[in-house]
Design a protein around this ligand. Structure first.
Ligand SMILES: *Cc1c(COP(=O)(O)O)cnc(C)c1O
Length: 426
């Protein structure tokens, strides 16, 4: 469920017209519905209500401070994957003991910052990382709480770029080695082994892979407890998919079905469950609004050239992702056209839709690219020297800019000319 609906012929976010926002802030912009965001968080949390759990929203999906603030104020913890995301979590006042730190490449300064903050646990992905965390914690006179991220070798059946739970992926500790690595961790003096973690991928649209992974992980857990390794936290990662609009019957499971299947496997166990949903919370809480610059009728194809590009929203370029495209203002005529919706970037992968049946758009029309709240703005770049776009949040009948559009000056403010060296003539 979301709050992007037509009132008459105009697309609204909650009670605010998107044309109105476009007039005020210009285009392109991302627009998030706070009510949708919070609804998704509530539904997800309620699905696990019968079992001790902590929802650690995955910051990388959408890391805007206003988004984090809304979620944290409504009880979410955070899953961070960098020192930058930890910093954002601290900025919005997330309790340190509700933050977990994931990722394969944690730097020493990031580990130090997380220990200083007092996070709930590190999800550790290699033996080398265990050694590093142990050393840094020792230097700080602390014991670092850790979980091992194990790779259950389960096929999440999602796009190869967002599948993480197979043996060939870089993520996690191979399942067959996990017990041995746990024993190693248990012997390290500055570590406190408290958890078991697994995350099999993103945009997973069936329940089976999650259940399969959980079954494997529960076997391991039994073995660990048998050896006196006291696992308290079971982190099942994120990955639950969302509908993007093209699926006919294959709609991803509702969080209540997902939770039900997982909880069934957990009956009788005394763990605290940690979940790291990202996309399912923010994906359908955001849209990306662009303006049509040109209609280009080619010999073979029609192109709708917009002022937004792959640098602003790169999921189609990266994953060949499908996004529903809607007119912000519905036309009176029913005329349609088949066209590629593309941006101004000098790359052929710069597209939002291919050969899509769309209303007959005209220059100056506004388009809304749906389901772009997750991995939209956070993946954006300045490629082609394009200032990053504005982000807006709506609450009921009010909207606020939660990230200003970058200026041209900001594009270059960190750059410097190479200064003449001493003794060099001018
Ligand atoms: C990306 C990621 C998530 C969130 O994935 P979604 O598909 O957005 O739910 C959770 N945990 C880890 C470790 C991740 O890398």
């Amino acid at each position: 469920m979301d709050h992007f609906c037509y009132h008459g012929d105009t697309l609204f976010c909650e009670d605010v017209s998107l044309s109105h926002i476009a007039q005020q802030v210009g285009t392109p912009f991302y627009c998030y519905s706070e009510a949708t965001l919070l609804h998704h968080l509530a539904v997800f949390g309620e699905a696990f209500a019968g079992y001790p759990h902590l929802v650690c929203y995955s910051v990388k999906a959408n890391s805007n401070l206003a988004v984090l603030d809304a979620l944290v104020r409504h009880g979410a913890g955070l899953d961070v994957v960098s020192g930058g995301e930890l910093f954002r979590g601290q900025k919005v006042g997330c309790a340190a003991n509700k933050m977990v730190f994931s990722g394969v490449g944690k730097r020493e300064d990031e580990i130090r910052a997380a220990l200083q903050a007092g996070i709930l646990m590190f999800n550790v992905e290699s033996v080398a990382e265990l050694h590093r965390i142990n050393r840094v914690a020792g230097e700080m006179g602390l014991k670092a709480p850790v979980a091992l991220r194990v790779n259950p070798d389960v096929d999440a059946k999602t796009h190869p770029h967002i599948s993480t739970g197979l043996r060939r992926n870089k993520f996690g500790i191979p399942f067959g080695k996990a017990l041995q690595v746990y024993r190693q961790a248990q012997r390290m003096p500055h570590l406190q082994v408290i958890g078991l973690d697994c995350h099999i991928g993103s945009q997973v649209t069936t329940i089976n892979p999650f259940v399969e992974a959980l079954k494997r992980v529960m076997e391991l857990l039994k073995q660990l407890r048998g050896e006196g390794i006291p696992i308290r936290y079971l982190d099942l990662g994120g990955g639950l998919g969302i509908p993007y609009g093209q699926e006919e019957s294959k709609i991803p499971p509702h969080p209540s079905l997902y939770a039900g299947a997982l909880l069934q496997e957990l009956q009788g166990s005394d763990l605290t469950l940690i979940l790291e949903p990202g996309r399912v919370i923010v994906g359908n809480a955001g849209i990306f609004v662009v303006r049509v610059e040109y209609i280009k009728e080619g010999e073979e194809k029609n192109f709708i050239v917009t002022d937004g590009g792959m640098n602003d929203m790169m999921r189609p370029a990266l994953y060949d992702a499908y996004h529903t495209i809607l007119p912000v203002q519905r036309h009176f005529s029913d005329d349609e056209m088949v066209a590629d919706v593309v941006g101004p970037i000098c790359e052929s992968s710069d597209f939002f839709a291919r050969e899509r049946l769309l209303p007959r758009f005209e220059e100056g029309d506004l388009l809304a690219v749906r389901s772009t709240g997750a991995y939209g703005f956070t993946m954006s770049s300045n490629y082609n020297s394009r200032p990053r776009v504005a982000e807006v949040m709506v609450r009921g009948g009010a909207f606020q800019v939660i990230r200003r559009r970058e200026t041209l000056e900001q594009l270059v403010e960190n750059e410097a000319l190479f200064a003449p060296l001493a003794g060099e003539g001018v």
